[in-house]
Design a protein around this ligand. Structure first.
Ligand SMILES: [Fe+2]
Length: 616
């Protein structure tokens, strides 16, 4: 095995066996930036060799925050509230301040989490922040930048007038790993965190077990940055767009031959992207790729080939990391987190290869999920026990709104909505509308956590005809036409349509569609014959399951096209007012909020129906 790109964690990094004097000296150096009269007790990450004594709290309530300060690129701010590892509420700041991927301090998200749990800040035993300046300092040799501590304290005080007495600093990748391992329900597993970069790491392998999570290796390349560079080169709106485009090309190394080891063990320096500039200064690579795509330039064959080869290269590298990780810790269970874990194509592939008996991918795999990981890891340290609450089955942990709140908003906007109090009547009406070609905004219960709408803040449509995907794209989502739509399918019927699919509740893997069934769900079958399914379970979302079952009984098809309830470039809707705004400014035909139904007038004539006009 070629280990050129693999760095095995050593004593030098984690130093459990260092002499006492050396530990004391290092501790002194790292503590240099902390004032003795700090308002927090700062609890170090177990990355360090001298775990601080922590008071044992039997059933700790922890509020996790993803927050970055001090000039870092900040995004995906979020909050998570847990009671000894049991998730109470989760929320991303973007849903509340209505700025996509918002990096603002997550005070409103924290408030939303407390409100949803019916708690006051005084009930919180500790805060947990998903960054560890001491860990970064240890790796860089610089003094720790502790501005995050001051920011957290002040912003929390401003919001709540009181701040919990403990602050845990949990390293970025440790928080990613914790967000995948603890909610997996596994007693033991291999855990991989891979992203663009955070706390000076990009690709880290951990072993999860009875005593927590321990790093076993890391890689000196950034899969997230590599992918992102190609996306920017092709001038595509987001990473999902590159993945969608890649399905139209051939799976081969092609132009990247010699730049990525075919077994995924090594990357040419030009693609390691340690600082991000090498890509544009490698003349050989640029001459192979040709010029970057202009904003005005249509997608051509070369662009498709570059997208397909970038996706293939990332798949090979991911595969190489997994292969080596299995040698270091041969567990039959795999957990994934970090932005690269949104690569549904790779995720589906690794499942179908059968290397693992079970798989768990944190549904909020990007940095939004860090607050959950930090909270769970802090809960472990506070209680002295690994959080054990079974497997995370759903993502419905966000804010919810009562029928009266919905009614009040409708009245405020003076909209003529109808209340359909019979559940059966409501579901029959919506299934009928979908069958007749209506596109429905579906707003129910608690908002989802993470980038996927899974049946509570969703736009739904009939999956049977490709024309319906075009309609959703042209009149509502304004997405790149090569991006596929996903399928919500009744779990009981998934096997009739899908081949060797991971039973995925989170829409985070792809699966091949059975050829004989592809024509029945044409709107959600991609160019490569796959779809990105959500297995809908009756136990976790009974109303959504029943809606799909009504549609099945009516049409024979046990699933619907499901895309997130938002317009291009906006966060998924959170409140009834967000939903009404989106409904009013798009081609949605029907809005269903709880029991309330709002419909637009049909077009008076086909001549007035708008054509394709608002693609971004
Ligand atoms: Fe990250």
């Amino acid at each position: 095995m070629n280990k050129a790109a693999l760095h095995i964690s050593s004593e030098r990094d984690h130093s459990p066996g260092r002499p006492d004097e050396q530990r004391a000296e290092e501790k002194k150096r790292l503590r240099a930036g902390i004032k003795e009269d700090s308002m927090f007790d700062i609890v170090h990450s177990p990355h360090l060799s001298y775990p601080e004594p922590v008071p044992v709290v039997k059933d700790p309530v922890v509020l996790g925050l993803n927050v970055t300060t001090g000039g870092y690129y900040s995004h995906n701010a979020s909050a998570a509230l847990v009671r000894h590892g049991r998730i109470l509420s989760l929320c991303e700041q973007e849903r509340l301040d209505r700025v996509k991927d918002s990096g603002s301090f997550p005070a409103r998200a924290a408030q939303a989490c407390l409100d949803a749990a019916g708690m006051d800040i005084t009930a919180v035993d500790a805060l947990a922040v998903a960054t560890d300046p001491h860990f970064v300092a240890m790796r860089t040799g610089r003094s720790p930048d502790l501005s995050v501590v001051e920011t957290v304290w002040l912003r929390m005080y401003h919001q709540f007038g009181s701040v919990p007495p403990l602050l845990f600093l949990v390293g970025h990748h440790l928080a990613h790993a914790a967000s995948a391992f603890y909610p997996s329900g596994f007693s033991d597993g291999l855990v991989i965190s891979w992203d663009g970069g955070g706390d000076n790491q990009s690709t880290v392998v951990y072993r999860g077990g009875e005593s927590g999570i321990e790093q076993i290796s890391e890689y000196r390349f950034s899969l997230g940055n590599l992918y992102n560079k190609f996306r920017k080169f092709l001038n595509l709106s987001d990473k999902g767009s590159l993945m969608g485009l890649a399905s139209y090309g051939a799976k081969e190394m092609g132009l990247l031959e010699g730049y990525v080891h075919p077994e995924g063990l090594k990357v040419h320096p030009a693609l390691q992207f340690a600082r991000g500039r090498e890509f544009l200064t490698d003349p050989e690579l640029l001459s192979r790729l040709g010029p970057p795509r202009l904003s005005s330039q249509p997608i051509g064959e070369r662009h498709v080939a570059v997208a397909a080869q970038a996706q293939y290269a990332v798949e090979r590298l991911c595969r190489g990391v997994v292969e080596q990780a299995r040698i270091l810790h041969p567990s039959p269970r795999l957990c994934l987190a970090g932005g690269v874990a949104l690569n549904a194509t790779f995720n589906g592939m690794i499942w179908r290869e059968g290397l693992f008996e079970d798989l768990f991918i944190q549904p909020n795999a990007p940095d939004g999920g860090l607050s959950l990981g930090a909270a769970l890891e802090a809960a472990r340290r506070l209680s002295g026990r690994v959080p054990r609450n079974g497997r995370m089955q759903h993502t419905f942990y966000g804010p919810s709104f009562t029928a009266e709140q919905v009614e009040k908003t409708l009245n405020l906007c003076r909209l003529p909505a109808r209340r359909v109090e019979s559940e059966e009547a409501l579901l029959a009406e919506v299934a009928g509308a979908l069958d007749r070609g209506s596109v429905v905004g579906w707003f129910q219960g608690r908002m989802e956590w993470g980038p996927r709408a899974l049946g509570n803040r969703s736009i739904l449509a009939d999956p049977r005809s490709k024309a319906m995907a075009d309609k959703v794209n042209d009149l509502i989502k304004y997405r790149d036409e090569w991006r596929p739509f996903a399928l919500s399918i009744l779990a009981e019927h998934a096997d009739e349509y899908l081949l060797n699919a991971y039973p995925d509740p989170f829409m985070i893997t792809t699966a091949p569609v059975r050829t004989k069934r592809a024509g029945r769900i044409a709107a959600v079958v991609h160019a490569d014959g796959t779809t990105r399914p959500q297995f809908v379970q009756k136990e976790t979302n009974p109303r959504y399951w029943s809606l799909l079952d009504h549609f099945r009984r009516r049409t024979g098809v046990p699933g619907v096209l499901n895309t997130s309830f938002n317009l291009k470039g906006e966060p998924i809707v959170c409140s009834p007012l967000d939903a009404i705004r989106t409904f009013a400014s798009s081609g949605l035909d029907m809005l269903v909020m709880g029991e309330w139904v709002l419909e637009k007038e049909p077009y008076p004539s086909a001549a007035r129906r708008p054509g394709v006009s608002r693609k971004g």
